[in-house]
Design a protein around this ligand. Sequence first.
Ligand code: M6R
Length: 591
Amino acid sequence: MCGIVGCVLDKKVAPTLLESIKTLEYRGYDSVGLSTVTDKINIKKGKGKIHEVDEKLDLADLDGNTGIAHVRWATHGNPTTKNAHPHNDCKNEISIVHNGIIGNYKDLKQDLINEGHVFKSDTDTEVISHLIEKYMAKNENLLEAVQKTVKELKGSYALAVISTKEPDKIIGARNESPLIVGVSEHGNYLASDATAILKETKKVIYLDNKELIELTKDNVKIMDYDLNPLEKKIETITWTAEMAEKGGYDHFMLKEIHEEPMVIKESLSEESKIKSIVRKFKNFNRICFVACGTSYHASLVGEYLIESLIGKPTDVILASEFDYFKKTLDDHTLVIFITQSGETADTLEAIKIANEKSETLAIVNVVGSSITREADHVIYTRAGPEIGVAATKTYLSQLICIYLLVAYLSDENEELLNKLYEISELSEQLLSKEEQIREIAKNYTDVNDFFYIGRGFNYPTALEGALKLKEITYIHGEGYAAGELKHGPLALIDENIPVVGIVPPGPSRNDTYTNLKEIESRGGDIIYLGANNDPSILEKENKLLFDPRIDETLAPLLYIIDLQLLAYYISIERGIDPDKPKNLAKSVTVK
Ligand code: M6R
């Protein structure tokens, strides 16, 4: 959570830092801050979203060619100006930004207070600037002081540090939180992820855990924690700066939904790579998916597909609960990790444990992210950068990769493959329903609860539809397996609780429809999602219709688009910014 940037350039850095940190705002929007170094540390920071703080403080108005910046998603210490990064030492000669959590900060803080250091914030981060101060007071240079400091830290961190003593450099360090280096002819950069520097350079170096960086305008030195120099490869990013811009849409979320037909095509282009990866798998008799949030819902679709089409025992485990299941792993289990960011702390912890016993595969969107260095095999989902906090296009791309995987795990299932290419064509038509969905949304701006029901492959669709609603509208939404409703939740149903009924054509259609009748006869207000040749659905007033070729096996891929749009327009009608829902951040890099 939190995003950091640093750069040393041949010009004033604050305008570049401000632009870069804006592209990382999806990582947290509790507060923002910048510091640069001249003969002193120049600092501006405040509570709130970047544009709010910038209006008050004019953040780009700082001198200096070396600087760092931060957006915060608060963990230790409330979201206040006092707790906003950067954090300085006692003498304001050192300034740091940090993403991660310092687990042993309480003990370190107490020791530093006993030694006379005065703390100004409630954060775990501030111990870092005081530790560096302590080591620099012992005549260590900035690099050595950071090296000594990181050896004392327990926890996760991506750090960038500047000092008036060595004003032309930034020292960075990475452990368990993402950090990349960008190189250009105008200077060099550090950032939490590539989106922050896409406008400046395409040349990046991916850092690994326990690496230190010394960055000047003309040089990048990467070292291990004993200061031994490391040879690292410079890679070229394929994402463009435009991909991380709104491109005329009101919100990133809407732009990203509109990109879905293209994303389906891009992800299908991974077919031959997926085919060759499947050939490399060792013998396994069980599959286990591990993921969080939306990626967990994509995994559930995977479970239904694999168990019903291939008959292989499959489990789906929430990454945060993985510890309780780890003893069931063995060398005949294939463990598949699904993650958009590749940086989710729980998922990363789980893969490290799984690697000890089982073969692992990561299905991930962000190239070079931490999970790509842990997994035995990697499939990229090719969705491009996703900035909106609510996952939309990346869910679709995860699903396409899972369907392709299932097709090749079941001996090149031609029928499934052909259907997937057909879906790609049908997805274009879907967005034409946008105005209709917007009108439907207007009727549901004041409700308190929603149910989403679906069966089989579309039970996860119900869960995902409800998650989208919750996170960007703040309305309580609950996804339920259609047949389960009468085992309890039916007691809640009345005209005040709308129900989204997902009834695509296929073997489960009649049972799900019967469940919806049970709701209807108790006064429930239903929005039906079904085929445009289903007579019972056609006669309903409140409905969203789909091509009948989208049967229940394929519906997870396309019905969800309407549910994303429904949540988006309810959010807009309620005056919420769907890109920045309260309390949330895009990548959850803390446990
Ligand atoms: O980057 P990951 O896919 O590992 O992230 C997992 C969840 O944090 C993520 O899907 C979250 O639930 C989204 N905000 C949902 O829209």
